[in-house]
Design a protein around this ligand. Structure first.
Ligand code: ADP
Ligand code: MG
Length: 283
């Protein structure tokens, strides 16, 4: 799905590896670079508004999209909670008004959409909320110089839904522990199966021992971990993040932060290979 030169990035990985911190800092940097950014929070814990620096009061006023029942009914034709089996869904609702109606402006060029997440009642439940959430992400038209960054909850459930489809870049965040890297490797495979062309590994809190640890991990599982990824980025440990919480994007104002510099470098790389199919299509 090629939509102009905008780019869509899904950020995934094990719990606590630094997904929300990275998403918020990347969003901040891209917006400063002049990209129109929509940051989307898919995690029911809803940390992203706080990470982006919205105060407690502003963040508390946000009603996640999945709780806007009137909107869901308007767009899907189904009242949330109604028995959906056999019901007619509008599978591709026109959702281009969603940012205008429910997006929160964070700063210049940066808007936030909080999805809320619906628990699957069983395998393959096609409930109205999920149809809307997935369609919202998939069908939001992107123009040149626009980006969607999707911060996900821990785990790989989102790859089983339509949610991750239509993304052109996946950032798999990991630390250098065996458990996180195992999740990362699995996530890379699922991302590819979802049709995501660029899958990058981001080793967060990387340090001197990281390359060595990765080599040890490669030996352990007998395959090259890095070969599952198009690129590998290292983000250094940044002790000041803890003191800035929850508004961690303030690290991007600290010129001496190696973490901030690494995020800025990653933002430039993302901006440089935007729509993957640009060369293959005539538009
Ligand atoms: N590079 C880093 N250096 C130090 N602390 C970090 C770094 N990245 C994230 N953290 C901290 O790790 C914790 C988890 O980060 P978070 O982004 O919430 O993870 P996730 O969204 O993956 O669950 C937070 O306390 C955050 O401040
Ligand atoms: Mg998070």
């Amino acid at each position: 799905m090629c939509q102009g030169n905008g780019f869509r990035v899904v950020i995934t990985g094990k719990g606590g590896v630094g997904k929300t911190t990275l998403t918020s800092c990347l969003a901040t940097q891209l917006a400063r670079n002049g990209v129109m950014v929509l940051a989307v929070d898919e995690d029911p814990q809803m940390n992203l508004p706080h990470a982006l620096g919205l105060g407690i009061e502003a963040a508390g006023k946000i009603v996640p999209l999945n709780l806007n029942h009137g909107y869901i009914e308007e767009k899907t034709g189904i009242r949330p909670g109604a028995s959906g089996w056999g019901a007619m869904f509008k599978l591709n609702p026109d959702v281009n008004d969603v940012v205008k109606r429910f997006g929160v402006n964070v700063s210049n060029n940066l808007n936030l959409l909080v999805m809320g997440t619906v628990k699957q009642a069983g395998g393959g439940c096609l409930c109205a909320e999920n149809v809307l959430l997935d369609s919202t992400i998939r069908h939001l038209a992107l123009r040149d110089n626009e980006a969607i960054l999707l911060d996900t909850q821990a785990g790989v459930e989102h790859f089983g839904r339509a949610l991750a489809k239509g993304f052109n870049h996946c950032l798999v965040v990991s630390d250098d522990t065996f458990n996180a890297l195992t999740v990362a490797e699995h996530s890379a495979k699922l991302a590819r199966e979802s049709g995501i062309a660029h899958v990058s590994l981001v080793i967060n809190r990387g340090n001197q021992g990281t390359a060595e640890k990765m080599a040890r991990f490669d030996d352990y599982i007998g395959t090259g971990l890095a070969q599952n990824f198009n690129s590998v980025f290292l983000l250094p440990f940044e002790p000041r993040l803890e003191t800035l919480e929850p508004a961690v994007t303030r690290i991007m104002d600290m010129k001496d932060s190696d973490y901030g510099a690494a995020v800025a470098a990653l933002a430039s790389r993302l901006g440089s290979h935007t729509c993957e199919c640009a060369e293959n299509h005539s538009h």
